[in-house]
Design a binder for this molecule. Structure first.
Ligand code: FES
Length: 247
């Protein structure tokens, strides 16, 4: 009854109705993940594919597990997943299942971890896994330009891998190196203080198999101030400085 009475009242007010109809709604861009967060069996990613650590990695795995009391073996899930990903190149279902067996938990406990943390790639990635930070400090320092530069240099978009399997590009949240923004992680290395020119140089060096040294690409040392020292610019005072001479 209430709905009906509202409708009938509105129909008596054509001017009000038309003003409501004209109201527009503004929305921001929908940020969709570049990955599907559910498993789909493929020929190389299904429960029948075997995964085993190499003898060397098995030794490391045992060292990792030895750090945890026997009843808390599951504490080793994250480092073991990392080790599995380093061996295979990505975190497949067989990797997760093998780890679940090792730490004696239901496989779901491992899937939960692997799907929560974006550091685990559940699809194959290129030889060079490029993670460009586009969070606010990096964006203010030009990460949008860096993204365009990478996309046009490699001919791929975010979430894609080059046809030769060498590069995969993803956008990530703060890489924790804002003072050296904009930042591009290439596998385990950070290339920092990037400009479109230095980004192209880094990419070309990766293509030739002789990567430029990681770190700031402007020549500054780590995260020292761009404009030189601002503190500790004088000799430090010695013991007793500022104490009355008669004491
Ligand atoms: S915002 Fe890019 S490293 Fe922090």
């Amino acid at each position: 009854m209430i709905g009906r009475s509202l409708v009938s009242k509105a129909s008596l007010l054509p001017a009000a109705r038309s003003s409501i109809a004209k109201r527009s709604i503004a929305t921001s861009r929908v940020a969709l993940s570049d990955k599907l967060f559910v498993h789909r069996d493929t020929t190389d990613n299904n429960a029948n594919v075997k995964f085993e650590f190499t003898a060397e990695n098995m030794e490391r795995a045992n060292e990792i597990m030895a750090k945890y009391p026997p009843q808390y073996k599951k504490g080793a899930i994250m480092p073991l997943l990392d080790l599995g990903q380093r061996q295979l190149g990505w975190t497949s279902l067989p990797v997760m299942n093998a780890i679940a067996k090792m730490v004696e938990v239901p496989p779901m406990r491992v899937y939960e971890v692997a799907t929560f943390y974006t550091m685990y790639n559940r699809e194959p990635v290129g030889k060079y896994f490029l993670q460009l930070c586009t969070t606010t400090p990096c964006q203010l320092c030009g990460s949008t330009e860096i993204l365009k530069t990478i996309e046009s240099n490699l001919g791929i978009k975010v979430g894609e891998t080059t046809k030769d399997g060498k590069f995969t590009l993803v956008e990530v949240e703060c890489a924790g190196a804002c003072v050296n923004a904009p930042v591009l992680a290439v596998n385990d290395d950070y290339y920092e203080d990037l400009t479109p020119e230095t980004t192209n140089k880094v990419l070309e060096s990766l293509k030739t198999g002789a990567p430029l040294p990681a770190g700031p690409q402007t020549g500054r040392l780590t995260c020292e101030p761009k404009g030189g020292l601002t503190t500790l610019t004088t000799e430090p005072t010695g013991p007793g400085f500022g104490i009355r001479s008669d004491l």
